[in-house]
Design a protein around this ligand. Structure first.
Ligand SMILES: O=C(O)CCC(=O)N[C@@H](CCC(=O)O)C(=O)O
Ligand SMILES: [Zn+2]
Length: 341
């Protein structure tokens, strides 16, 4: 098959499904860029024209979060077929191909708790936990990509997700902890253009992918929750139209990520994390219905987390909950208690 035929019929998600255990790297030179298929779900686009922007778009770190994978896959198709112009350095990642095939959040362990080197703690168990080697591989890909950039280049990473449950604010994002850096107004502006009007400011280092790239490469990184989890083919792409348009504009490098960018976002809600509720024992249990939306709030005095040793009772009216999950192992996050700032 020649390059033109390959591009015309190429579907990233099918290609990933067909190469689950990896493939040999290969490169194709197209008119405006060179694309390298480094490994399953790891594609790098290098523009022929000079660019100072390095963009990572990751989707499917959770295998059942299908909409972002569909969006990214369509963008890759359009890039390969000249329908989307590439004006930045771009790394596209389909995070967890095996979980994607099964449309499950993960196989053995939540991949989005394995970054920032956390996978090293599980290295001895890599044969029983498939996410260990994948986290290592994804970190290597990000490292190789950002290592090509210079000090004045911009580094951006959008880790695209959809949430398990509905949300009071349908689209929201989690801005990872920045150590001693400042929040970048450009990130808020891009989120606003994506239709993301609620931003949760994370309060401490973590083992999620966006914190990894932010902490290690000083990237402008953010985890974006674009809607609710649905099976492949059942996403209403109209719901994602603003995000999709903005992602395409990012690839066309029509955004400036300079920290001096003026904050134009208007009406954006900001939340901060007040507390992280961890599972401390087998008996830890959140007293929330499955149908309860993210950002639902409680009255002071409500026992949100029951546990014989360490229950959590709501301390003030208006405390809200994000990502409640009774189905996590001991030591992992069961929910975030957040409050508006
Ligand atoms: O809906 C849920 O409960 C989880 C959705 C999801 O996968 N969220 C990410 C957030 C990562 C972050 O905190 O930046 C996750 O839990 O991994
Ligand atoms: Zn997710």
């Amino acid at each position: 098959m020649n390059t033109q035929e390959f591009c015309k019929t190429f579907n990233l998600l099918d290609f990933v499904r067909e190469n689950l255990d990896g493939h040999k790297p290969f490169t194709m030179a197209l008119e405006d860029f060179v694309v390298t298929f480094h490994d399953v779900g790891i594609l790098e686009f290098k523009p022929k024209a000079e660019s100072q922007q390095y963009l990572v778009l990751s989707a499917g770190v959770h295998g059942n979060e299908t909409a972002p994978m569909e969006i990214v896959s369509d963008m890759v198709h359009d890039l390969l077929n000249g329908k989307l112009e590439l004006r930045c350095h771009l790394l596209v990642l389909i995070g967890h191909p095996k979980a994607m095939l099964e449309e499950n959040r993960f196989i053995d362990f939540n991949l989005n708790r394995m970054f920032n080197g956390e996978w090293k703690k599980y290295w001895e168990r890599r044969d029983e936990i498939c996410e260990v080697e994948r986290a290592k591989r994804l970190e290597e890909a990000v490292n190789d990509f950002f290592s090509k950039s210079c000090a004045n280049d911009t580094r951006t990473h959008l880790d695209l997700h959809t949430a398990i449950r509905a949300s009071k604010y349908q689209k929201f994002a989690i801005y990872p902890y920045l150590d001693s850096r400042e929040h970048n107004p450009a990130v808020f502006n891009v989120m606003q253009d994506c239709g993301v009007n609620t931003i949760l400011l994370y309060h401490k280092p973590s083992t999620v992918f966006s914190y990894h790239s932010s902490h290690n490469y000083k990237a402008d990184s953010i985890t974006v929750e674009l809607g609710k989890v649905k099976p492949f083919g059942e996403n209403d792409r109209e719901d994602f139209a603003a995000a999709e348009k903005t992602l395409r504009q990012l690839v066309e490098a029509s955004y400036n990520f300079d920290h001096t960018t003026r904050y134009k976002a208007n009406g954006q809600r900001l939340f901060k994390v007040k507390r992280e509720l961890l599972r401390v024992s087998d008996d830890s249990h959140l007293n929330v219905d499955d149908g309860l939306a993210n950002f639902s709030s409680f009255e002071k005095g409500f026992e949100l987390l029951s546990d014989p040793e360490k229950p959590y009772v709501v301390e003030s009216d208006g405390e809200a909950i994000v990502f409640p999950n009774n189905n996590v192992p001991i030591g992992q996050r069961m929910a975030l208690v957040v409050e508006e700032v």
